[in-house]
Design a protein around this ligand. Structure first.
Ligand code: UGA
Length: 429
């Protein structure tokens, strides 16, 4: 099939590359000239395992352009995969979705399925349809709007796309349903075909539920600290109950990234707008914020006076295997400690270039050991494998004080004690 994709972010690019991998002809469009230049040269603008390999492998089936017209004319399916950032009141900014819908309308030459891939509030498909109807030049041409939410995770995006738990397709016509099922026929996964509103809600409900699981276990972690229990053991015991499940029960510094914080906000906002006070989700958000504050307090408590102390930070990305720092806890931690006068040294295997655009006045190091040198405290914010394999004896020797505050529970407290560290982690002692 011939597919146009508008928006080459994590979702759009992964969708384009993976659809080419399963046999389709794809043109990916973005208005960022630099991004398209890179892609034309066979390079990815993002760090995501597997993407570059698929890009090279499928280069005959993949095209890139800055011209939106090319994503529409002559294609069977057009994906909208543009950003939906948060407004200050938590509502999603859908202006990109709107303007892209208008552009699509302009070039609609024949029947097409327009797929809403960006994460959007319930009822957006309806608005896309109204917009295209209003602005289309050729009154006789027909189209369908489909909601096909994406569930890929950064760091494992390709695998998640090609081997998903399920594919959700929200349609309002048999014709669109047939086309979407054909598009995904090579992917073996349950295909859930529902109405567009239910599909839109599945996405927000899924992300919010996962965020709720994380906030729940983080609240339990705080109770573990106060009572002397161990959250890792509690999570194991809970997770083996199949009704609960073991995933997303890792206690830590709280969730970040471009999805959970934004989607929780958007779900609270849309619920309110249509008449429901989603107080449970408001608490999920509060717990997540409090978790960061409690973590910074742990660092402060271990330093006594923060001013002029050197804090070494390992891990900047919001999670491992990505260079993405959007809503990363590291930003909050660095900002708080700098406000209190600490000197900050950092290291991350992939995210330092992005962080340099936010903070110029902190020290960027070439290795975890360089960070540890003369540090009063070492802080772990991302669970990169590289940190699990650290030579702890060497780290201890390099530090001014052997204090590690671990926001991801990557070490065993007993082992750390044996090494002579003062080791503070989340929900266990
Ligand atoms: C999330 C969802 O997992 C995807 O299914 C969804 O498609 C995506 O959002 C999206 O809406 O586009 P992502 O944000 O890439 O994916 O990353 P996750 O692996 O879900 O992690 C999110 C945050 O939760 C990270 O900060 C991670 O450190 C944190 N987390 C995750 C925990 O603190 N504990 C856990 O047990 C799991």
């Amino acid at each position: 099939m011939k597919v146009g994709i508008i928006g080459c972010g994590y979702v759009g690019l992964t969708t384009g590359v993976c659809l080419a991998e399963i046999g389709h002809y794809v043109i990916c469009v973005d208005n960022d000239v630099e991004k398209i230049k890179k892609l034309l040269a066979g390079k990815t603008p993002i760090f995501e395992p597997g993407i570059e390999k698929l890009l090279k492998k499928n280069k005959r089936k993949l095209k890139f352009s800055t011209n939106i017209k090319e994503a529409v004319i002559g294609n069977d399916i057009v994906f909208i995969a543009v950003g939906t950032p948060s407004n200050p009141d938590g509502s999603p900014d859908l202006s990109y979705v709107e303007s892209v819908s208008r552009e699509i309308a302009k070039y609609l030459d024949d029947y097409k399925v327009i797929v809403e891939k960006s994460t959007v509030p319930v009822e957006t498909a309806q608005w896309i349809k109204i917009t295209i109807e209003k602005y289309k030049k050729n009154n006789n041409v027909k189209f369908d709007v489909v909601s096909n939410p994406e569930f890929l995770r950064e760091g494992s995006a390709v695998k998640d796309f090609l081997y998903p738990d399920r594919i959700v397709i929200g349609v309002e016509s048999e014709r669109a349903k047939r086309i979407m099922l054909k598009l995904y026929s090579k992917i073996k996964a349950p295909k859930i075909v529902v109405d567009t509103k239910s599909a839109e809600l599945i996405k927000h409900a899924s992300n919010s539920f996962l965020a709720m699981k994380i906030s729940f276990i983080n609240a339990v972690a705080n109770i573990c600290e106060l009572s002397g229990a161990d959250v890792e053991k509690v999570a194991l015991g809970m997770g083996l109950d199949r009704r609960i499940g073991k995933d997303f029960l890792r206690a830590g510094i709280g969730y970040g990234g471009s999805c959970f914080p934004k989607d929780v906000d958007a779900f609270i906002w849309i619920a309110e707008k249509i008449g429901y006070d989603f107080s449970l989700l408001k608490e999920v958000k509060k717990i997540n914020q409090r978790q960061r504050e409690l973590f910074v307090k742990k660092i402060e408590d271990s330093l006594w006076i923060v001013k002029d102390k050197t804090v070494g930070i390992l891990g900047l990305s919001f999670k491992p295997n990505t260079d993405d720092i959007r809503e990363a806890p590291s930003i909050y931690v660095i900002r708080s400690l700098r406000q209190k006068g600490a000197k900050i040294k950092v290291y991350d295997p992939k995210a330092m270039d992005k962080m340099k655009q936010l903070f110029q006045e902190i020290e960027y190091c070439n290795s975890p050991y360089e960070v540890a040198k003369n540090a009063d405290c070492l802080v772990i914010l991302t669970e990169w494998d590289e940190f699990r394999g650290l030579d702890l004896a060497k780290v201890k020797k390099l530090m001014l004080q052997p204090v590690i505050v671990d926001g991801r529970n990557i070490f065993d407290p007993e082992t750390m004690q044996k090494f002579g560290f003062i080791y503070k982690c989340i929900g266990r002692s």
